[in-house]
Ligand binder design. Structure first.
Ligand SMILES: Cc1cc2nc3c(=O)[nH]c(=O)nc-3n(C[C@H](O)[C@H](O)[C@H](O)COP(=O)(O)OP(=O)(O)OC[C@H]3O[C@@H](n4cnc5c(N)ncnc54)[C@H](O)[C@@H]3O)c2cc1C
Ligand code: FES
Length: 351
């Protein structure tokens, strides 16, 4: 028998800040001080109801620096035909309550490891939300780290945190440099990040002298793909390139698990132990949802990391993973939304 628990938190909107013509930030008051653990660069998964009354989930990255004592703030761009970004942008007011399952994500500063000598960020549009959080935290927490930000926008007036970034640059002139790229710039070179400009910027900021540089990318899919290809071609390891994908597309499963037998999943979730059987074609998460076991999830597409858990025994095979790095998988991290138990029973734990 599965004990029903309420795994949700209610955040109250404390303040609404107009950042650009189509973007607002929302400063949030957590339900009780310290009850939601959130790292810079992570996102909160919010629960909404669609017109049919069904529950729908959307992620918004934390754009403040919780580790520095900032209140939690999210920054939402209004998507013209978007259902919930429009709801937030057009109607959300101070005092309104937003329901969330809490924070998750791997777009964070190195955890339990030394900070590298340099960090290199690429952001486009609202992709600055988690990037701003990471930059501010890193500059404050590490007195040595050097940071470069390449930030693309249609124009200066559409540039989220333009003044805040300039202030940070003035506060840390030796350690923080920014290249603003505007589509309406007079100089063609400064309009769009293409392969040539990217290679020039990597040279200009002497990235090759710091092979341990960590890269963080957040922007449209094609933008991040181009940057990743260039960085990989220049010899930077995949483990040094961290991406946050905002636009989720339903996954297409092109491969099947090597073993399609029925297996048992033993779940260690909060302070409960739950066991259930699962079998292809259902993923672990799909079976749990069918059985009304409330697991954390959001995109259901192997792209956000909300469903990540640690595999303590057995093997989980994933048909898609665009979020976990090799080193995280080596530590047993798995995605339940695209994962199947293979070659026997599996024990997985949520932290
Ligand atoms: C890990 C993660 C973190 C995120 N953080 C932020 C954030 O900090 N700020 C923020 O504004 N958004 C963020 N997003 C995107 C956000 O979760 C929503 O997807 C977005 O607000 C659109 O939701 P919607 O309900 O308005 O649009 P929907 O009704 O779901 O979609 C309407 C249309 O818009 C397209 N679309 C969906 N998302 C985007 C997008 N990001 N850009 C362009 N077109 C899109 C869809 O393909 C569809 O055609 C994040 C997403 C993820 C997965
Ligand atoms: S729910 Fe997003 S990766 Fe699994």
């Amino acid at each position: 028998m599965i004990e029903e628990r309420d795994p949700f938190f209610s955040f109250r909107i404390q303040e609404v800040i107009q950042e650009t013509p189509d973007t607002k930030s929302f400063v949030l008051t957590p339900p009780a001080a310290g009850s939601v653990l959130c790292l810079s660069g992570q996102f909160l998964t919010f629960l909404f109801r669609n017109r049919k009354g069904e529950e729908v989930r959307r992620n918004y990255s934390v754009s403040s620096s919780p580790e520095l004592g900032d209140p939690i703030r999210i920054t939402v761009k209004r998507i013209p035909n978007g259902e919930f970004s429009r709801q937030l942008f057009d109607h959300a007011q101070p005092g309104d309550i937003l329901k969330t399952i809490g924070a998750s994500g791997f777009f964070t500063l190195p955890q339990g490891k030394e900070m590298p000598a340099s960090l290199f960020f690429f952001a486009a549009g609202s992709g600055i939300a988690p990037v701003f959080s990471l930059i501010k935290t890193a500059l404050h927490q590490d007195p040595l780290v050097k940071i470069v930000l390449i930030y693309s926008n249609p124009s200066e007036s559409h540039t989220i945190f333009y003044q805040d970034l300039k202030s940070l640059q003035q506060a840390y002139p030796d350690r923080f440099q920014i290249e603003f790229l505007f589509s309406d710039a007079v100089r063609i070179r400064n309009r769009r990040l293409g392969i040539d400009l990217l290679e020039k910027l990597l040279l200009q900021y002497q990235v090759y002298q710091n092979p341990g540089t960590l890269f963080y990318l957040c922007g449209p899919f094609e933008y991040m793909r181009m940057i990743t290809i260039v960085l990989r071609n220049q010899g930077f390891p995949a483990a040094n390139i961290r991406k946050e994908i905002f636009e989720i597309h339903p996954p297409v499963q092109k491969t099947v698990p090597p073993d399609q037998d029925r297996h048992t999943i033993h779940l260690l979730l909060r302070d409960q132990e739950i066991s259930f059987d699962t079998q292809y074609p259902e993923t672990i998460l799909q079976t749990a949802k069918r059985l009304h076991i409330s697991l954390p999830y959001s995109c259901e597409a192997g792209q956000c990391g909300t469903c990540a858990a640690t595999c303590l025994s057995g093997r989980v095979w994933m048909f898609k993973n665009e979020v976990l790095l090799e080193e995280e998988m080596a530590q047993g991290r798995v995605l339940t939304c695209t994962g199947f138990a293979v070659w026997g029973d599996v024990t997985i734990k949520y932290f």
